[in-house]
Write a protein that binds this ligand. Structure first.
Ligand code: NAP
Ligand code: GDD
Length: 341
């Protein structure tokens, strides 16, 4: 059987690393697109990169989602059977500070890939995965969000991803491209970016425990998130592209926690006894052992508008993809703590 070839945009990110490893195990040849950076940033995939002369099934190439010519020439040269678009300016808070850039990469970036597939007449040759997000549900009032829940994005990030979602559907319907949207809820791992809240909490608490840091500053403690493990979620991406027909799927755990509940779980596992005092921006957590405040809130970490509540309904993914999350939030936290150690 002919070897399957995957092209991953965003290979240096959390999901890019997990997906590459998953596909290599499935005997794919994987091409990963990285953008130029002033310092080497391939730490998450260094363990699978061999060297330029070896007959490796993992190959890195340069490209950028803001550069149509690089996208077109990569697809033309590689002729992948599957493309995974995981590349994004993926930080919600940062998207308020660089809204135009976030829209360009996250929104137009997806369009540029779809246009390249169309212009190369590869509509029937390539299957396309678009990394959509629960941030598209944004300020919805629905208590369980599924594929039919209307979008109400609440950040330039969420709006840009909504464009990418609809343009993916548009190219599927207009040109018959096998294109799928994954609507993925928050997923974390030991290699999660350090400015996302789960990693920031675990890294911060571990440093405090080891006397390497005095305090951890957070923003809104009361937003609720449905947190899963990235390893489970990349399997769902792949499953979407193996179906008979292209479709869109919500991927989540169906459970939700506040940031404060996450802090309490992690703190307990690390061996802290916390007492919460104060309200709003003055709320803080005191370490009962020495009566010192170790967590405080700071307005720098608040967003102009917040997504208060996310909880996904994965009935469709369960039924059609035979997918369910395997790793619990407790196991995820344990693994993240172990990694910091
Ligand atoms: P991540 O760790 O931030 O990785 C993003 C990747 O995109 C990195 O490889 C980054 O490269 C690359 N990138 C950024 N701008 C680019 C550009 N202009 N051209 C080419 N590549 C660019 O994100 P992640 O957590 O792995 O998430 C993967 C995708 O899923 C993202 O699209 C994200 O928006 C979406 N998503 C994530 C979650 C989640 O909870 N993790 C949930 C739903 C959806 P550098 O390494 O050079 O920065
Ligand atoms: N980052 C961060 N830093 N978030 C904080 C902090 C802090 O100090 N304090 C509180 N939070 C709150 C945020 O306000 C938000 O409500 C929640 O913690 C989660 O924030 P993030 O971890 O930054 O993730 P996100 O939910 O905004 O976005 C992530 O998940 C999306 C899927 O729903 C990202 O991975 C997005 O790319 C992804 O699409």
């Amino acid at each position: 059987m002919k070897k399957k070839i995957a092209l991953i945009f965003g290979v240096t990110g959390q999901d890019g690393a997990y997906l590459s490893k998953f596909l290599l195990k499935k005997k794919y040849k994987v091409y990963g697109v990285k953008r130029r950076s002033s310092i080497i940033n391939t730490q998450r995939i260094d363990d699978i990169y061999i060297d330029i002369n070896s007959k490796s099934n993992f190959i890195l190439c340069y490209g950028d989602l803001t550069d149509s010519s690089s996208i077109l020439s990569l697809i033309k040269k590689i002729k992948p059977s599957e493309i995974y678009n995981l590349a994004a300016q993926s930080h919600v808070k940062v998207s308020f500070e660089v809204p135009e850039y976030s829209a360009d990469v996250n929104g137009l970036g997806a369009l540029r890939i779809l246009e390249a597939i169309k212009n190369l007449n590869f509509e029937k040759k390539i299957r396309f995965y678009q990394a959509g997000t629960s941030e598209m549900f944004g300020r919805t009032k629905e208590r369980f969000q599924n594929e039919k829940t209307p979008f109400y994005p609440a950040s330039p990030y969420g709006v840009s991803k909504s464009f990418a979602h609809w343009i993916t559907i548009n190219y599927r319907e207009a040109y018959g491209i096998f294109a799928c949207n994954g609507i993925l809820f928050n997923h974390e791992s030991p290699i999660r970016g350090e400015t996302f809240v789960t990693k920031k909490i675990i890294q911060g608490l571990m440093k405090i425990k080891m006397n390497k840091q005095k305090k951890l500053y957070l923003g809104n403690l009361y937003a609720k998130r449905d947190w899963g493990h990235a390893k489970d979620y990349v399997e769902a991406m792949w499953k979407m592209l193996q179906q008979k027909n292209p479709d869109d799927y919500v991927i989540a755990t169906g459970k939700t926690l506040t940031i404060k509940e996450f802090v309490n779980k992690a703190a307990k596992k690390i061996g802290f006894k916390l007492k919460w005092v104060g309200k709003g921006i003055n709320e803080k957590a005191i370490n009962i052992e020495n009566n010192m405040p170790i967590i405080e809130c700071h307005k720098r970490y608040l967003r102009p508008v917040e997504v208060d509540y996310l909880k996904g309904n994965t009935q469709k993914a369960k039924k059609k993809l035979n997918w369910s999350p395997k790793i619990s939030i407790d196991d995820l936290i344990d693994e993240m703590i172990q990694h910091e150690l």
